[in-house]
Design a protein around this ligand. Structure first.
Ligand code: SF4
Length: 358
């Protein structure tokens, strides 16, 4: 690669122009060369794409931008609505950070995004990668942006592993200098996502195969080496779905931690003992009869696995007033409350069973 950077860039950019996927957060192919993307759209797409596949993100991006077309619209939104629109994408801290970043842009920068990668990093949820992506794509700054795809491409091009990601950031920082830095970063990501894939890279189709040390050494399938898989801890929960007439009791989660401020059926850590009436009455605040186990749902996150044991029962009465943080709602009204994916699955289960325990 040394001394070949210019050739490498132009091969990659030519390939990108002809092969890039048409995605809603990119400018259309027909856009003039000097057209620039709205940094707000880049921020929304980059946060949605963290840990989530492109095909999943596309409809969410359309819905989100239709509802909040500008950074001002998002800054003025109610957090519950933002979470509701994000529902199903998971990793909800991204939605909260996006909302907080929009408020910061509006309140501290008069609605105009900072242009430099360094300054962008002051926005909630914007790390080194996202800052580099926004600065290069929206503002033409030759800032590197190294995500998992780009790191893999660089590792293979150089034909060796690196102890830390710093080597790839330094390397990407040198390569991005030149015309069209935003397209260059997007092209590196696109190459990693579509050609230099984790398994079975399509080297015959690769525009930069001539520069690849891994291919020259027959190491393209062996680099980077697979990381040892850690055993993720398992957490068990009892979920008590309590019904009275056509209403169900739900509660809001605490404002901090996983699934913060979202809603759920009454959910308790499972302590290994079977649920008894006294424990349920204390947790729910009502006598619950006909308690029946209905399902066990599993949910896996990057660093944790969950097992939800779902029970359904009937309350003999319901409090006249809602308790703090708890409300009785119909299944239709439930649509207005943001819920995590496992809790939404439980709601779907109730709807499909049309259960009536009252
Ligand atoms: Fe990746 Fe193969 Fe291209 Fe090397 S030649 S960068 S391994 S796709």
């Amino acid at each position: 690669m040394r001394g070949q950077e210019g050739k490498f860039r132009s091969r990659l950019l030519n390939w990108y122009e002809r092969n890039r996927r048409d995605l809603p957060w990119r400018l259309p192919m027909s856009a003039p060369r000097d057209a620039r993307l709205d940094p707000y759209h880049v921020l929304v797409s980059e946060l949605m794409l963290q840990q989530t596949q492109v095909s999943t993100v596309v409809p969410y991006f359309h819905r989100f931008i239709a509802r909040f077309p500008t950074v001002q619209a998002l800054a003025g939104a109610d957090e519950q609505e933002v979470l509701r629109l994000w529902q199903g994408l998971g990793y909800y801290s991204r939605a909260r950070n996006l909302h907080a970043a929009a408020k910061k842009v509006v309140n501290e920068f008069h609605g105009r995004f900072p242009r430099a990668a360094q300054e962008l990093r002051g926005l909630p949820g914007v790390g080194r990668y996202t800052a580099g992506a926004i600065a290069s794509i929206a503002f033409d700054e030759p800032a590197p942006a190294v995500d998992g795809n780009v790191a893999r491409v660089l590792c293979r091009l150089h034909g060796h592993e690196s102890e830390t990601q710093d080597e790839w950031w330094t390397c990407a920082g040198k390569l991005v200098i030149g015309p069209r830095p935003g397209d260059f970063n997007s092209a590196m990501m696109e190459l990693g996502a579509t050609v230099c894939t984790p398994k079975a890279p399509k080297c015959l189709l690769c525009p930069v195969a001539e520069h690849c040390e891994a291919l020259a050494g027959g190491m393209q399938e062996k680099l980077p080496r697979a990381k040892e898989r850690k055993i993720t801890p398992l957490e068990r929960r009892d979920v008590i779905c309590v019904q009275h007439n056509d209403r169900w009791l739900i509660e809001q989660r605490p404002a901090k931690g996983r699934w913060a401020s979202m809603w759920q059926f009454v959910t308790l850590p499972r302590n290994g003992k079977p649920l008894d009436g006294a424990h349920v009455r204390e947790a729910v605040g009502h006598q619950v009869g006909s308690l029946q186990k209905r399902a066990t749902l599993k949910h896996t996150l990057t660093h944790r696995r969950y097992e939800f044991h779902v029970f359904i029962g009937a309350a003999s009465r319901r409090s006249r007033k809602d308790d703090a943080g708890r409300v009785w709602v119909t299944l239709e009204q439930l649509q207005q409350f943001p819920m995590s994916r496992p809790q939404s699955r439980i709601a779907q289960l109730l709807a499909s069973e049309k259960t009536d325990f009252s």
